[in-house]
Design a protein around this ligand. Sequence first.
Ligand code: 9MG
Length: 278
Amino acid sequence: MLECNGKLLDLSLSTPPKVMGILNITPDSFSDGGLFLSADKALQQAQQMIQDGAAIIDVGGESTRPGAAAVTAQEELDRVIPVIESIYRECGAIISIDTSKPEVMREAVKAGAGMINDVRALREPGAIAAANETGVPVCLMHMQGEPRTMQKNPEYTDVVQVVKSFLQKRIICCEAAGIDAVLVDPGFGFGKTVDHNLQLVKNLREFTMLGKPVLMGVSRKSSIAVLLNRFTNDARLAGSVAMATLCCQYGASIIRAHDVAATVDAVKIYHAVAHAGT
Ligand code: 9MG
């Protein structure tokens, strides 16, 4: 059981993996850009995702899609804080804050967030201290490079072992600072080729061996589109759900997804099969 700012997240194997709904509050988000910019629209979208079965709502104010430019802490705060406040006020779900900035971590948790989702795995100056102060669980994700350039010819000697060893070192840094509630994420699509991403999914059990819950985000990512040779968001739905189901089969505890209803159905079917006859 993870304690998330007063709310409990049950990740035990006797329950289905949990779905984290994506709420991007950015004008340039790759799949829902500009749609949820007002706090009201964002709240409606969060409510819909919760009704569809999301256990966590991941609120982000800076795009991490390949090629995305950085934003200032103030811009990020202006985007996410009113949204977190209204979701916290109106809904029961756990809110996670998708950020790498210490000041955003602090303010987001004060506004009601119960988890930090950091694609830079607390490597920004001051991030470990800020996360520690908040006391909420942290998802540490692997990314090679930075979003603006990460897809320019990514290379690894052995992607699974390199990513695993990175996450192991970040867990050690967190534990040394007093942060024990940690999740890990190999970072599908973050400085990886299609083949790297496939290897990570196929070898996800390596990451469960780190002894922390594994989170995976595959939803609508370009590897899915490339594998299917279909590039619209709608055309990525079935591939994203299939990939999410495989992630569950290989040990993921949380799936980060845009299409919550379809992903929740898939996760329930996975869980029923996994526990048949037990
Ligand atoms: C913010 N964000 C975008 N993609 C992601 C992924 O795959 N994992 C996590 N943890 N965060 C992500």
